[in-house]
Design a protein around this ligand. Structure first.
Ligand code: FMN
Length: 166
């Protein structure tokens, strides 16, 4: 069971939540969705709203779902399910059924899909995207991340609902 809360009531570091514990980024609906592990991204405020930022390389299967969906979710597991998140971050939904492989149970979360085992779910409405442009790299070492020139697309989502497991 989940109850609604707000970003301000989450007493955990967003850096720990994303960078250390990782998250599942999911787009689509229950009849067709895809999920993948993310550890880059953030939450904050933009254009007067609480937002989440995620960064998706164009070759990800999830990219197609991000492009075609108005909503996406971020599911956080608080450091548990690292093995499962490792699978979702190594295999593609083009090749495997990630839910079957991991035992993660998809559930409707408003207009989107999240996972029953999550501790926290952010339901986000996609409001903007921007492709990373290497012309803006001031530190040249950033380029090391892009040997294949597969620059991420950044999506900005307004956080419409914060769900926490009870
Ligand atoms: C810990 C971890 C973090 C990741 N973070 C990102 C990320 O922020 N953006 C991204 O595009 N890929 C990221 N990936 C890679 C994708 O999760 C991976 O390529 C996945 O298999 C894509 O699945 P899909 O093809 O079903 O979308 C990460 C992988 C791991 C293991």
């Amino acid at each position: 069971m989940f109850r609604e809360t707000t970003m301000r009531e989450l007493n955990t570091s967003p850096v720990k939540m994303i960078a250390e514990d990782w998250a599942l980024l999911t787009a689509g609906n229950l009849s067709a969705f895809n999920t993948m592990t993310v550890s880059w991204g953030g939450v904050g405020e933009l254009w007067g709203k609480d937002v989440a930022f995620v960064f998706v390389r164009p070759q990800r299967y999830t990219y197609e779902f991000m492009e075609n969906s108005e909503y996406f979710t971020l599911s956080f597991f608080g450091g548990e399910y690292k093995k499962e998140l490792g699978i979702c971050g190594a295999k593609s939904g083009r090749d495997v059924d990630k839910c079957k492989e991991t035992g993660l149970i998809p559930m409707a979360a408003e207009q989107a899909v999240a996972f029953a085992q999550a501790k926290t779910v952010l339901v986000c409405r996609k409001v903007a995207f921007q492709d990373i442009d290497p012309k803006g790299f001031i530190d040249p070492s950033i380029m090391d991340t892009y040997a294949a020139k597969d620059y991420h697309r950044m999506y900005v989502g307004v956080i419409e609902k914060v769900l926490i497991a009870e």
